[in-house]
Design a protein around this ligand. Structure first.
Ligand SMILES: *Cc1c(COP(=O)(O)O)cnc(C)c1O
Length: 508
């Protein structure tokens, strides 16, 4: 007779089952806990005796890998994969992340042999089609943004920020102002990567305060601008989901002081095909292909953050870039007498992401890209209008862009926090929204439904949040304090996990 597995006793679940499984949601311990070190899953012949040339460094003891058979190993990983929540499983309302549907057409095209099997060290004469694709993607990106040049190689939004700031730094050095221009202006509500990118390059960060309506006013920029300012980094629409209405005037103020305008374009999903950031007067902007142009992302999985550049910054763009020479396309790998600041990555960037992004653009067409942006804004405002009588908005009753921001003022006196509310959503089968970001709002809840949810899906989500809000107001503290009640794991001590991470399994 087997006892109840030991790790199940640690779980305070209702109702408890003997196995720890809940229906067909199967419990799964670590590989090391199910496999036995002294058992072997495969039969491999003893290797023939050989003269060791490891100079006494060879392993003395057993390697200590858990022995599992192929079916046991298969089950382990399949069970784990079934615990993974994804956009293909349900609504994923994480604000700031743009978790939208990734059309399968993109996947199909990315798997064409000519793209999937190409190697970056192949002679360029054999990858002309791939270069043509990159050239076409560049054309779309420059046309959608009305910008002069594009650097495709950055591998994520944050990497794009670094690229744009490196171009700015190179331009400042070329003007002989490196000693004096070393401050980057960043609003309080900015994504954390903005100050991190600036600091990484040795700039110091000066904060631009936001107005009570959640946006940055040109007046506030005038207060902090000076001859020491290298650049401003501004996100539009900003991280509160609001359009920065002073952006053209801000660009003028920054340029007049001799600085550059870096626009964080992570929220391009709200305006692509409708507005061209180049018309705002910006000098550099990254585009998160994995957000706006729908390639799978999350969990650190591949992204791409091409940077569009103004005419002033174009000469400083990184290598490699593509040059058309007669009938053929060539990757320019070395600066070759240009003012290029150098290289961001080993090769030319994330080819798979380029293919997916262009497939998405071509499938939608220019009008379809604009429609997607408008639908994203419509969906966010539908949520806003459907929830504003039960949840509070921080900056008044203003129309939002592609994401809607609530604060926790409406939870006052209920004993329920933003975290409790988010955890209770898990019991209802929803991935929580982004919480406690942006930092400028108390108990922030940032919801981005994206354009790819149907009205029926939004209606069920709204009804669920309204039901939870009702419970909070009626004092049903249990539904929140205990949440998530139905997840494989309840609340974990996140602080302890961050301070004392256990990254290695040990037998003891
Ligand atoms: C996502 C995001 C970034 C960073 O992009 P990554 O691709 O995750 O590096 C930067 N700024 C904003 C506003 C974002 O939403």
């Amino acid at each position: 007779m087997l006892d109840r597995p030991a790790h199940i006793d640690d779980m305070d679940e209702t109702p408890a089952t003997f196995t720890g499984n809940r229906g067909l949601d199967l419990e799964e311990p670590l590989l090391f806990e199910i496999g036995r070190i002294d058992a072997t899953g495969v039969d491999v012949d003893e290797p023939p005796p050989a003269q060791t040339r490891l100079g006494g460094l060879e392993r003395k003891g057993a390697i200590g890998l858990p022995g599992l058979t192929e079916p046991e190993t298969m089950r382990h990983y399949v069970r784990l994969s079934r615990k993974n929540y994804s956009i293909d499983a349900g609504l994923y309302p994480l604000g700031s992340c743009t978790m939208k549907h990734n059309p399968r057409l993109n996947e199909k095209v990315a798997r064409f042999d000519g793209f999937a099997d190409a190697h970056p060290l192949q002679p360029v004469s054999t990858v002309q089609g791939a270069l043509e694709l990159m050239q076409t993607l560049s054309h779309w990106l420059m046309t959608l943004t009305n910008m002069h040049a594009v650097a495709l190689s950055p591998k994520a939004g944050a990497h794009g920020e670094l690229c744009g700031l490196m171009a700015i730094k190179a331009a400042i050095a070329a003007a002989g102002e490196s000693e004096t221009r070393n401050v980057v202006l960043i609003p309080q509500s900015a994504h954390g990567t903005n100050p991190a990118s600036a600091a990484f390059l040795g700039f110091s960060v000066r904060v631009v305060p936001a107005a009570p309506d959640g946006t940055v006013r040109a007046e506030a920029v005038k207060e902090v601008i000076g001859p020491d300012v290298a650049a401003i980094m501004l996100t539009n629409p900003n991280t509160c989901g609001l359009f920065e209405r002073d952006i053209v005037e801000i660009a003028r103020v920054v340029h007049e002081a001799g600085g550059y305008f870096y626009c964080d374009g992570a929220n391009f999903n709200a305006i692509a095909g409708v507005l061209r950031p180049g018309d705002f007067g910006i000098d550099a902007m990254h585009i998160n292909l994995h957000k706006t142009f729908s390639t799978p992302h999350g969990g650190g999985g591949p992204g791409a953050g091409p940077v569009v550049l103004s005419e002033r910054l174009a000469p400083f763009a990184p290598v490699p870039f593509i040059r058309r020479e007669g009938e053929t396309l060539r990757l320019v790998e070395h600066a070759e007498g240009t003012q290029s600041f150098g290289r961001m990555t080993a090769f030319h960037g994330q080819m798979g992401m380029f293919v997916r992004a262009l497939a998405y653009m071509l499938a939608h067409g220019a009008d379809g890209v604009a429609q997607a942006s408008k639908d994203a804004v419509l969906a966010a405002n539908y949520l806003r209008a459907s929830l504003r009588d039960v949840m509070s908005q921080p900056f008044g009753d203003r129309v939002c862009m592609h994401e809607v921001l609530f604060d926790d003022a409406w939870l006052k006196g209920t004993g329920v926090t933003t975290l409790d509310f988010a955890k209770a959503m898990i019991d209802e089968g929803y991935h929580p929204m982004t919480i406690y970001f942006p930092l400028v709002v108390h108990g922030a809840m940032l919801i981005e439904p994206t354009e790819s949810e149907s009205k029926a899906s939004l209606d069920l989500f709204i009804a669920t949040l309204r039901d939870l809000a009702k419970s909070a107001h009626e004092g049903d503290a249990q539904r929140f304090a205990q949440a998530p009640r139905l997840a494989p794991r309840r609340r974990v001590d996140e602080t302890l996990a961050a301070r004392k991470p256990v990254l290695r399994w040990s037998a003891a």
